[in-house]
Design a binder for this molecule. Sequence first.
Ligand code: ACM
Length: 687
Amino acid sequence: MNGKLFLFCVCIMVFLNIETFPQTDVNSFNLMPAPVKISYSEGKYRITKDFTVAIKGNSSERLYNASARTVQRLSGRTGLFFPEFSGAKSDNASSASMIIETDKTGALVLNEDESYSLDVSAQNVSLKAKTDIGALRGLETLLQLLGADENGYFFPTVKIEDSPRFPWRGLMIDASRHFMPVEVIKRNIDGLAAVKMNVLHLHLSDNQGVRVESKIYPQLQKLASDGNYYTQEQIKEIVAYAAERGIRVIPEFDIPWHSTAWFAALPELASGSGPYKIERKWGVFDPVFNPSKDATYEFFDKFFGEMTALFPDEYFHIGGDEGTKVEWTANKDIQEFMKKNNLSGIHAMHSYFNLRILKVLTKYNKKMIGWDEILMPEMPTSIVIQSWRGQKSLFESAKKGYMGILSNGYYIDLIQPTDFHYLNDPLPDTIKLTAEEKSRILGGEATMWAELVTPETVDSRIWPRTAAIAERFWSPSSVKDVKSMYARLDRVSVQLEELGLTHIKNQEMMLRRLTNNNDTKALKTLVDVIEPVKLYTRHSLGVKYTSYSPYTRVVDAALPDAKIARDFRNDVDDYLLSSKNNTEELNKLKDQLLIWKNNDAELQKVIKKSPILNEISDLSKELTEVSEIGLQAIDMIINKKKPEANWFIVQMGTLKKDGSISFGQSELMIVTAVEKLFAAANNFGQN
Ligand code: ACM
């Protein structure tokens, strides 16, 4: 282009205000969730100690506080002593480093506008949003953009336009099976806000405990909670804390089943004759509210009257899952009631119960949400279905006119790998639904059931995998590159620590306790390549867990989706895809296998001093053996020697039927990679 033409083009572009930044791959940068649109130009906004923020237009207290927290986090990461945060509405905002502009204060309701645009130039930062909640989402993006080089800290010069794909993006925390104190809930609210989630669903009652103080029925907290419950003041504190971060709080009282604990306090409302006490075991149990008694509905009228006043959200969750017919069948009065009211069977009775509860909730201006068992033709389409048993019920609900959210596939208590959850989409591209039906699918929730977690370990099951789930709910469906997700997740995971989350740091503390304060290095080396067994297998390996079991063993310190093991599996895959005689890559694999092979000798010394580790002694020996097999396979690859037939199977004598090795309810996560090395030796070798 000649000079005159270039100048002409630039003038036209300036005149028409055309973007000069090229559109960039959303997988670039370390943003999670990835934004809808990002464009980038070579450039940096340099952060200095003079960094200031001004808020223009509408300024809510929430936005002011969020901006102050953002500046504090920036200061914490950079070590820069910024001027005291003023953030005050400023008519002379143009001199500020960063200007935030919003039109109005957002409401904490479904479908509130959360969009924002962020424009970082070399001179300043501009964040614009319709609502202050949108601005909060943008502040989290800005914090993730922070970069560093030899000249200091900077934000890359980007333009971002962003808004969520789904309006309901949440996490459920089960505070009943193991009580989760306020500080656990608060730090997880911060984590949710950091990845742009907007719903915290609290599972507040189950067989093992009712967890909210009632002023009308104080016997509930006295007899049904072991003293572990949220006071009403604490609930208000949690709700306010979440609201400050643009997060709705949905309470769940799981009825009519999952209810043994209630009957420790209110046996007269049960369908059976008792006696009832707080359940200590895990599983599905028969105790259920008596749906034929007016007293049951009178109780819920009063109790929900209290609870609905505490939780301002328009939705209220009544559970409704996993019904058994035992107590209803055995109770003559209930059978009589069913006959008289033409209710044939458990579903009809459940539906009757739900409709009466719906009346109570409607009186308190609440909309009902429940697990997919409450999807019954008698229920009005105003209810929301939370689908846990399969996507089918979600799509069925949408076709029948119900709104729904997906939790099936987001059960983070099952210790499945991040990519499994990440690729699970509430609304897959292939789904055959009309546009209207699609609009009824509101999003999803990750579910943190608490049979096997305590306040000490719960963060490590929630994070960082929930950040990847948050991306599924926020980002366009086309954002699904697993490699990019893992790369960004590693970085976000560390950033989440600044919010007080313990998902990384608690492991070291647990290892110290496990080793009886001896050297943790060898145990850490083993823990890095193991994961707890998946799904509900932990309950069927000879250990009967209860609410008072220790959740402090090696299996509890082991993390889901163990990174070091995953990296090794990826390295083996990369090697197998690359030129087969890449000795550099083979040597890297060998070095790693050697460390693992030699680990047992060190770890056995520690096991002798700490009997709690006895159960992983065999697992440690297996790591040595599997590593030895891997090393032999690599030698065969290098020497082009074909292994004997059945060599791998014979060597791996302890391999389980499904190809895994597990002891102490933890499994070794490098077995498949070693098997691949063996297959490669078999393929390349010559007899
Ligand atoms: C559930 O997992 N029973 C909702």
